[in-house]
Design a protein. Structure first.
Length: 95
């Protein structure tokens, strides 16, 4: 069953360009992963410090394999260092 992952991050205005660069790096790696379907990055209109990535995967197992991968974790470590706070993840199944 396919799943949707919502990934929430908060970034200061001055760090937006660097976050965008890191998200593009992450996306280019994600495109090569088994089970990846699609994704998009959104910025909240009433709070531009909040960004959401909406990521769609063929299965929770595919997502978990990517989530645990060294490639993803290396880029995520750069993102977490930039933001100075933990990224939030929520996994949803389609009904």
């Amino acid at each position: 069953m396919s799943v949707k992952i919502l990934i929430k991050r908060h970034v200061s205005a001055g760090d937006h360009p660097k976050l965008t660069e890191l998200l593009h790096k992450m996306r280019s790696l994600t495109l090569k992963q088994p089970g990846y379907i699609s994704g998009q990055t959104l910025q909240r209109t009433d709070d531009p410090t909040e960004c959401i990535v909406d990521s769609n995967w063929r299965s929770a197992e595919d997502w978990n394999n990517w989530f645990r991968s060294p490639e993803r974790n290396a880029v995520q470590a750069e993102i977490d260092e930039l933001l100075g706070q933990t990224t939030e993840y929520a996994l949803y199944e389609y009904l």
